[in-house]
Design a protein around this ligand. Structure first.
Ligand code: PMP
Length: 407
């Protein structure tokens, strides 16, 4: 378990945490939307821009070779972080959203009218809309798994949705609203027993849980660097080589070709076939420092600390009159979505902001889940490794005050 001294040392890496909001020290509890970035990542971005910037994979000159090496070292670091078989299975994208669009568009090009894709009601729009776009093009059918009162997926229903028309299942590892950690290993294994490939949206798992692609055995896994103490605009698509090799390119352009004539083009080897154009190579290189940061603390230590904060907070929140917490699954990550009585989430959010507490309000890009819960939105507090129990207390005090005002 991380000590107070450990957290103090970690916080020194994040200068933003000592800024003020509304005249009070910042209490940043919007880590599910994006986490803050340590100096090691920021310094690496600055170092590259000031000493080493050159386009990757295109030159024989020293700077280009150096930059290419940095980008490819980062790919290897990501491979190791998720325990993928090879770097050919690690594709850099702009984020989770682009990674899922890539799969829906490219892998989905083999689907036919009437084929069925299984989703769940707790998905982020990033794992709904790409499949709807595919539905509009091809006539596939979307089937949706429901949740119970605690925000746990109905596994019986999930299993009952599989039939001879099922071609894909796509669901989140961790819900960005409910915090529910889904039993993805069992769900993948069940899908595979029906020969159905699986995409796991890991945007909310990659910053908090140990990932092992070989053990999970999923076909695709997606996540974003900006939620993992890394730079914005970078994401990862992990895909099994056997699928990636068969899939058509998602975008065409430079980097992704072997030979181009006006008559015919052949494509580059993996992973470059799916990386058209100049990537954010500076961000990709700096992402490797974010993984170093996580590794230096230990992902299990991060998870244990955040979980302790979440349990501490949730337990005390329940004592506030009219508190409604959405998502109380037994296996839950450090996300707390809530409302107080009939008050609107924006009112609560504004009253918290006035007390220096930064939480997210709204539908959290999960409108179908809001409809299912029959609410317009929630307030959401979420923790990262640098958050403290003092911050949890500040939040609880601010929330008690806001709830009393809105009563
Ligand atoms: N899926 C989940 C579960 C998320 O929480 C998010 C980000 N809120 C996304 C997908 C989309 O990630 P990005 O905006 O980085 O592409």
């Amino acid at each position: 378990m991380l000590t107070d001294e450990d957290i103090k040392r970690i916080r020194k890496e994040f200068p933003i945490l000592s800024r003020e909001v509304s005249g009070r020290e910042l209490d940043y509890l919007d880590n599910t939307a994006t986490s803050q970035t340590p100096l090691s990542v920021v310094d690496e971005i600055k170092r590259i821009y000031t000493t080493s910037k050159a386009n990757v994979h295109r030159g024989v000159h020293t700077l280009s070779q150096e930059m290419t090496a940095l980008q490819e070292e980062s790919r290897e670091k990501v491979r190791k972080y998720i325990n993928a078989e090879s770097i050919e299975e690690v594709i850099f994208t702009r984020g989770t959203t682009e990674a899922i669009n890539l799969v829906a568009s490219s892998f989905g090009s083999r689907f036919k009218r009437g084929d069925e894709v299984i989703l769940t009601v707790m998905e982020h729009h990033a794992n709904i809309v790409p499949w709807q776009l595919l539905r509009d093009r091809t006539g596939i059918v979307l089937r949706v798994v429901d949740i119970d009162d605690k925000g746990v997926l109905n596994q019986e229903q999930y299993r009952s949705l599989f039939n001879e028309r099922t071609v894909m299942a796509s669901f989140c590892h961790v819900s960005n609203v409910l915090g529910t950690v889904n039993p993805v290993k069992e769900m993948i294994s069940f899908a595979h027993s029906h020969n159905v490939p699986v995409l796991v949206d890991g945007a909310q798992a990659a910053p908090h849980l140990r990932l092992d692609m070989k053990e999970l055995d999923c076909d695709f896994y997606t996540f974003s660097a900006h939620k993992m103490y890394g730079p914005t605009g970078i994401g990862v698509l992990y895909g099994k080589k056997k699928w990636l090799e068969k899939m058509p390119p998602y975008q065409g352009g430079g980097e992704m070709i072997a030979k181009v004539t006006f008559e015919h083009t052949t494509f580059a080897e993996l992973p470059f076939k799916f990386e058209a154009g100049t990537p954010d190579f500076v961000g990709i290189a700096a992402f490797s420092k974010a993984i170093d940061f996580i590794d230096s603390i230990g992902i299990e230590n991060i998870e244990a600390h955040e979980h302790a904060l979440m349990e501490y907070t949730q337990e005390r929140m329940m004592k506030i009159p009219e508190m409604r917490i959405f998502g109380t699954a037994p296996h839950k990550s450090a996300v707390i979505s809530f409302l107080v009585g009939r008050s609107h989430p924006y009112d609560l959010g504004l009253l918290l902001d006035k007390q220096g507490v930064e939480v997210r309000t709204g539908h959290h890009c999960a409108m179908p889940l809001m409809d299912r819960l029959d609410i317009p939105g929630t307030v959401r507090a979420s923790y990262a490794v640098y958050n403290t129990f003092e911050e949890a207390d500040t939040f609880l005090k601010a929330l008690t005050r806001a709830a009393a005002i809105l009563e």
